[in-house]
Design a protein around this ligand. Structure first.
Ligand SMILES: [Zn+2]
Length: 292
């Protein structure tokens, strides 16, 4: 999940074979917002990028949980931290940095999401506590900011100023990024399905009805379904890894901005409300429309 109950992430592992599918998925997310009447308030390009990227990160984080459990990946430290790192590295696999000059801003979008969660007032029951299996929102913000800067310190020094990342942490960020990258690529190489092994299990995509409060929800659902994009990414994940059982990817109405992977049922749930939550938060970003 992403929050207390979430258990997300994914597949960065997903590897090159998933790149196309995830890109298509991104387009699906864009459709969700562009066709939404609320989005007709002319959500800016930056807002759409924020929503799309954080939706991607959520899915990748949950796919990470899926792969950790289904492939029985060794995990040192908290699984939630590992899922965040897998999700972060997954963004590098689905975006070609040479073709997407806004990629550093996408990384910053993920960090900014956690900054907003950290700084926005919450009810006590919604606050992440120190004993939780998730890092505090403030820590997740600095962790992502550090990985973003560490991915290219020579060209992304502006991230330090933009995020307020202390130099005491920034000094080690390149090492942190390289460590996460090494783990991600090791995992991909060691757990990919051999071409000699037939595909025995797959991830099935299920669409629940969108929540009534989501403007244009039905229309958006129809477009996503018609595109077949979720099926494409599920199929690519199924074909790249040797999954031990049949699994499910469900786009659901949950009553809360959540997402999780259920290890018992083998079902990954991405909530309509979580995507709507990103749209709401995007309007709060003070740096939107700012250039690095
Ligand atoms: Zn999680």
């Amino acid at each position: 999940m992403f929050k207390p109950r979430l258990k997300p992430l994914d597949t960065y592992a997903a590897s090159r074979s998933l790149k196309h599918g995830i890109r298509l998925l991104c387009c699906a997310f864009c459709l969700l917002f562009i066709s939404n009447s609320a989005a007709q308030e002319q959500a800016s390009t930056e807002q759409l990028r924020f929503v799309t990227t954080n939706s991607e990160f959520t899915l990748l984080h949950e796919m990470g949980h899926l792969l950790i459990h289904e492939l029985q990946l060794p995990v040192l430290g908290r699984e939630e931290d590992a899922a965040d790192q897998l999700g972060f590295m997954g963004l590098f696999l689905i975006h070609d940095r040479q073709q997407t000059p806004d990629f550093p801003l996408r990384l910053l979008d993920v960090a900014d999401y956690w900054r907003l969660e950290w700084q926005n007032a919450k009810d006590s029951e919604e606050q992440i506590q120190a004993w939780d299996n998730h890092a505090l929102d403030e820590q997740r913000f600095y962790n992502i900011a550090c990985l973003a800067y560490g991915s290219d310190p020579k060209n992304l020094e502006w991230i330090i100023e933009m995020t307020g990342l202390p130099e005491e942490r920034a000094f080690y960020c390149q090492d942190e990024y390289e460590q996460a990258k090494y783990a991600a690529f090791w995992f991909r190489e060691h757990f990919k399905r051999s071409h000699d092994t037939p595909i025995q299990h797959r991830i099935k995509v299920i669409y629940d009805a969108p929540p009534h409060h989501l403007d244009g929800g039905s229309e958006l659902l129809e477009k996503v379904e018609a595109s077949g994009e979720l099926e494409a990414i599920a199929e690519r994940a199924s074909s790249f890894f040797e999954l031990p059982r049949n699994l499910t990817l469900r786009l659901a109405s949950c009553g809360a901005p959540d997402s999780w992977y259920n290890t018992k049922t083998g079902e990954l749930t991405l909530c309509y409300e979580r995507i709507a939550h990103f749209r709401k938060l995007a309007r709060q970003l003070p740096r939107l429309n700012a250039k690095p």
